[in-house]
Every structure is written in C-alpha cells, then in structure tokens.
Write a new protein. Sequence first.
Lengths: 217, 237
Amino acid sequence: MEIFNSESKKIISDPLSINNPISLQVLGICSALAVTIRLDQAIIMTIAVIFVLCSSNVILSALRNFIPNRVRIVVMLSIIASLVTVVDQVLQAYLYDMSKQLSVFVGLIITNCIIMGRAEAFALKHGPSKAFLDGLGNGLGYGMIIIIVSLFRELFGAGTITLPDGGVGYVLFSIPEAWYAAGYENIGLLVLSPGAFFILGLVIWTQRELFGIEEGE
Amino acid sequence: MHSNNYTLAFVFIITVVLGTILSFTKENLRELQEYNLKADMKKNILRSLDFEESENELWSNEVVEKIFNENVQAFCVDTSGNVVDCIIEEVDTERNLEVLPVYLKVIDNKTEGIAIPIAGKGLWSTVFGYIALESDTDTVLGIQFYKHGETPGLGGEVDKAWFTNNFIGKKIRDNSGDVIGVEVLKGKVDNSKASAIHQVDGISGATVTSKGVTVFLKDDLGRYENYLNKVRADGNI
C-alpha cells in the first residue's frame, strides 16, 4: 500500500491549492453562498459533503467495471441521492437544530456539481483508494473555502463566531458591547447572499494571486 | 457494450439495494425525529408563554418535556368555545379550523397564560407560530414564530426577538371587547395615538409579510373569540 506516495499526495493537495473546486473550477457556488452565514453551519455542511463525496467516490469506483455505460448517470445520481438522504435523516435525528438551519441545503448536496463532477471525472476512471483520496481532497477544498467565507461573514455581519454543538451552537466569540457603544456596527450586507458574493470574489482573487493562476489560453 | 438484460438487471439490483438502505435508515431514526419535532413544538409554546431558557438549565429535549408537563395543560376547543376531544399533536393548525388547540400555563393552580397556534400566508410561505395571552384574554404575553420560508434579513425577521418583543403588552381587544388582533404597521408606531396599544412596528422591506401577520392574527384569534370570551366571563378556565 503506497497510499502516501507523491501521486496520492497530489490527489489530495491539488484540490486544496491549484485546483480548488470552488475558487478555481467555480463549482458548488450555490451552497457556498447559502450555508456560509454562520461558521457552525459551514462546518457541519463540510462534514456532510466530505462524507457524501468520499462514499460516492468509493462506491462508484468499486462498481466502475460493472456499471453499464448507458445508464451510468442515472446510477451515479441514485447512489449520490441515497447517500444525501441518509445524511439528511441522520441530521434530523441527532442534530435537529442544525438540520433546521441548513434546511433544504442538505438535500441540495445532490445537485452540488462537485460531487457529480468528481464521480464522472475521477471515480469512474480510478481505483477505490485513489477515489477516496480524491473525495477527501475535494471535500476539504470545498470546506476550506466555505469556512473562510463564513468566518468573515459571521464575524463582520453578525459579530459572533459560532462553533457547532448538539443544539443551537456554541458562541466562541462575540464582539464586546463596548465596541457597539463606541459606534462600531455590523455590516448587514454580509448576512445577505450578495455579501457572500463579495467575500467569495475576494477569496478567489487572493487564491489565484497566491498560486499565480491566470485565465486564458 | 453490455446487453439490455444486463443493464436492466443491474439497475434493478441497485434500486433494490438503495431502497432497502433508505427504508432501513428511516425506520431506525423515525422515533428520534418525531421526538425532536414534538420537543421543538413544546419549546416554542413555552417561549410564547414567557418561560425563559436559563444559562444553567439549557433546554435539552428532556428539560423541555419536564417543564412542559409540569406547567402546561393542553386540550382542544371548538369554535363555540366548548372543550372537545382531540389528539393535540396531530391537529393541523393551518387547515383544521374546527378543532382548536389551547395550551394553558398553570402555576400553583393559577392560570397565567393561554397560548394558541397561529398560521397564515406571508410573502413566500406559510408562517407558523404561537401567540400567548395573559389570563385577562386581552394582553399579549408573548409571540413566537417557528417555521417560515420568508426572505432572510427581510420577512425572515419575523422570528427575531426585536420584532416579537414589540408584541408583549399589546391588547388584542378594542374598547367594546371585540377581538381585533394586533396590527403590524408599515413604519413605526406613533405612541401618542390611542390606537398604539393595538399596533407594533413593521419590518422595513417586508410589507407583505407584515400585512400577512396582521391578517392571520386577526383571523386566528377570531376563531378563538367564543372560547376567550368564556374564559373572560368565568374569570377562570
């Protein structure tokens, strides 16, 4: 088992840096805008996406020689949809408050392009262990971006930083009352979806600058 | 290229396997999910009845259950105010307009509040909540909205404390004692006017949601009018 040879490392690290699914491929934007209002939502969403992405990649990769080519999209979709439904049901049973906040966006993981994209582009062409690493890498790449975005949105939009716990969330930090008294105000725009666009745009710009990626040819 | 029979067989097997996994998951989690839903409903009733969650006793499902069982009496009435049989958790408060659930806050044998479910159209969605009255059946003790699909930041503000706190202390009956509800204004309440006691500040950018709340508050409270009058006339429940 050479699970951590250079190729495997590349599979995992590329989506975190030069081939990030959100900031470089611009996939999965819908949920990146929707669930980044609070940090705890983004964290739970990241865990859910990593679970679905890894499982669907592994299952599809294991079945890749048996799936008839003509119906592969249908098979992929039904497997992904089942996994997402399981996640949704588990959240409703064990993390009820969180599932209420995430509402439809858990179900919408099905339509997250990253998952179908990785299944079609990677899992159907590689073995299960590589497919797992690819799922993990892309899940972490997705999570990294939405956690950064939600950190900015929550801190400057609502003035708090919330971590997930069993209930309505544990407030790790909130801007002291004295600041508000001194004239500090939260930026209401950041709580709304357009605020996410601005932050996401800045993140994409920063990341492309950092890795020297340019559009074109 | 696989044959048609192979394709059919493959899809059939996949469907059966996935179906089994899904129904197995649902069956195993059903009880927990229903318990969560009920606890959430009770939590909102308690909030509207002015119970407060304290720092040292956070409202886990068990705590909610305990407070609810000790302090709240739940039953149903009909539109003329008589108590009727019902399974209170299964009453559809949006559609069933004949059987009306009532939740009484009873502390030391004294009724301190009456909570009733409210529901109606906002802009995009049906808004669900509870309004609680003091035992004079006139003064608002509290209001809670727990489920809606209004625009976050605009109509979605209905469930925020700054909005719901404005209802506390308002009167739902006019001078002749008729139930008129509480009106959500467009803009701010002018406290110098006599009508201010029946009005609360509106949500800017959410005119339709505000109007919706005004309308369904009046309608829903109107359905309970006979029952509320009885309570008022008897002086007790």
